[in-house]
Design a binder for this molecule. Sequence first.
Ligand code: B12
Length: 384
Amino acid sequence: MANDGLSAGAAARRLGVAVTTLRTWHQRYGLGPSRHEPGHHRRYTVEDMVRLQVMQRLTAQGVSPAEAAAWARRAPSDASLSGGSPDASGGSPELTAADLAGFPSAAPHPGASGRSGVSSDVAGGSADPVDSVPAARVGDGEGGAPADLAGGAPADLAGATPAGLVGSAPAGGGQTIPLGPRANPAARGLARAAMRLDGPSMRYIIEAAVTGRGVILAWIHVIMPVLIGIGERYEATARFIEVEHLLSRTVTEVLAAVPRPPRDREPRTLLAAADEEQHTLPLEALAAALAEQGVPTRLLGARVPSQALLDAVNRTGPVVVVLWSQLPGSGSIDQLERIQAVPHPPLILAAAGPGWPVEGLPPTVTTLGDLASAVRLIARATSD
Ligand code: B12
């Protein structure tokens, strides 16, 4: 940035927000341009831009503007204090001078550098993500630049003033997605963005969570609570299918963008939704989480007819087959029995999802209860 600062228009462009938003942040929250020369419009300095970036990131997560501004005003007055203490920087220690040069207005693409090793710990069996990372602190700290977006400062805020965050009315007439009181702030932000049908913010939050802490933690603490919450909203009102669709689509896109292992690694895992089963997101999360571990998969997707699945098994000879059933109607056992009867059955045939009967599955069928243990099992079973 040139030493003489940025005009409002240039600052807005760099941040990817409207000029009117900058004016509002100035007038209501005191986050204005501080460089002033007589006879000229005020201009945004590097320090101003740091504050605005904090403001932008926190509001994108769903933190109320007033709360976000309070954090933004605490950003360091000297931007050269890159990586200053979280206290001084509003919990955004990643705001370095280098950041300012490019001023990215969106979270890095999943798979960009900076992903933490958390999920490989999980896959290696050394940590249970739910136990090892309290829900309110996902994304905190170690994962590199975007980690704070999934936790960091707002997680601390949530601990200090949960009512302030939960209670602020979202846009859209006070309609909310129910989340527990310990919900991760990024999940709250996602829920609010979902209810506003604000696709870009949804994508930004999910990408930041995935990039910052890996697929497993992002799924458990950010994506899954909102999916379950929107499911409850639907159940109670028979409405908000449009929210469910846009959220699903966005989750799909972000998970699909997680880089896949090199093409020369032959997939030995086949993932499919049961016949007539349209719910596929957990399988998409599984494929993306395995990809993070370098494990390739074949994901057939929704509503795979039994015969098509058999053909795929016979043609590709997978070591692991995972069949997902979400709705009770789609979890018919004969699909599993037919796979077991092929000439070369998979080493592991797993039934996953709440649609399968609790009792009566063939004894050789493995049940998978959660994403982390599924990743662990499959990574081990398919390693050379
Ligand atoms: C997204 C969604 C959709 C999307 C699916 C998009 C997609 N590509 O997957 C769309 C819009 C297509 C859809 C359609 C429908 N849906 Co729907 N949907 C959902 C929603 C919100 C999330 C589904 C999901 O991904 N769940 C996975 C996780 C988030 O939830 P979970 O299964 O409870 O998680 C548990 C386990 O599965 C496990 N787990 C979680 N993740 C993972 C991952 C792995 C690998 C493993 C092993 C385990 C595991 O941990 C959890 C705790 O035990 C759910 C709400 C919900 N609670 O699931 C409704 C929900 C499943 N849908 C429901 C319904 C009724 C429908 C429809 C019939 C009507 C509708 N709402 O439009 C249609 C019909 C679909 C069909 N024929 O298959 C109901 C089902 C009720 C029931 N039990 O019968 C639900 C529960 C909503 C509700 N509360 O009413 N849906």
